[in-house]
Design a protein around this ligand. Sequence first.
Ligand SMILES: [Ca+2]
Ligand SMILES: [Ca+2]
Length: 421
Amino acid sequence: MAIIPHANAARTTAAKPGFPVNNHPAGHSRQAQAATAVPRPPSTRRAHRPATPPGPVRTRFTAPALAMASAVAMLWPTTHGPVAASQPDPATSAGDDVITDSIGIQLVALPAGTFVMGLDSPNELRARHPHSSYNHVTVNETEQPQAHVRITRPFRLGRTEVTVGQFAAFVEATNHRTTAERQGGAMIRDPEARETERFIPSPDHHWRRPGFEQTDVHPVTSVSWHDAVAFCRWLSEVEGARYRLPTEAEWEYACRAGTTTLYFTGDDPDQIYAHANVADASLAAHDPDLMSRQQVLTDPDRQNDGYIHTAPVASFKPNPWGLFDMHGNVWEWCSDRYQADYYRHLTAHFERAQQILDQQPYDDPGGPDSTPQHEHGDWRSLRGGSWYVSPVHARSSNRAFADANDHYPHIGFRVVREIEP
Ligand SMILES: [Ca+2]
Ligand SMILES: [Ca+2]
């Protein structure tokens, strides 16, 4: 778990990752071997970005939208097949049914299905990340035991994180002022105390100016959970469909896309630099103080994705279901209230992890209604890591949280569009 620093606490970070203990499932090494990819050179990355939002006119299934979807599919082919009612196969069950809404959000249809949520092998995690500062106890509490989860209904998920351009369409239509704009400016690293990784609000910064260059095709950042929910509420009205944030379970199901490894690319963190924008050699050169705490750069020449801060969405290869930046770029708000031991609580009546896997799955878990932890704030779940953290924080099962009012330059979101029965 990585705890995101939040403004309502001491405005200081407490990034404390960790490890647990379990065994390895069959198919683990196979998944890792299947996950190989070649990073595209920087000169080609911008050619495959989604278009700038066309405006609030409903254009589902228009020729340009379909052409764009086809073009992206051709560049990063995924194999397809019939949608499974359960137990979707990572290579055959999703990725080809894509619609584009009126502000240019591409939405991939994902099938209902079951999966095993949480961390499989803490020993593997530890072995694969020898330079990580992960804390054993923390991950034991948050990612284990694994839970057998069923997503009972098909849904659409944004193919990318919501972009600056898409968020701008929302602001222009509603005059929405973000939490940061109403609370004295977005959080930035304190320039007077960079060695402490402290964040402070800056009146000069907000979602358009988070502290580094952003274009309309970069992921929007410095938006709170409330901003993200307001965006979904507005888009629901515009589209005549229900938009919302994903649950943590939906997010991990989509990120894994049938895989069972630490990353959808396998277990090797060095593979992630070809698939995700995380803290890398370019950030280390830009901000040595930050990277000294990440403790991952054993080989800076290999561990370089080329982006110091955010990358334009879809700059890297997608996962097996055609979803971009599930690992890295910006953390993504989920709808759930965060509880560190939520899944341990769900599975508390089983004594051993294997027994859990033998039982009926939990249907559509959505986080607790309330916990004693929330006496300290409205904590909401975050997933996927960001440009700001090392690969170990961007793993498929890694859990993090921030207060619903927090707004950091490494946090954004993507949306679910529900499919009517
Ligand atoms: Ca990077
Ligand atoms: Ca992301």
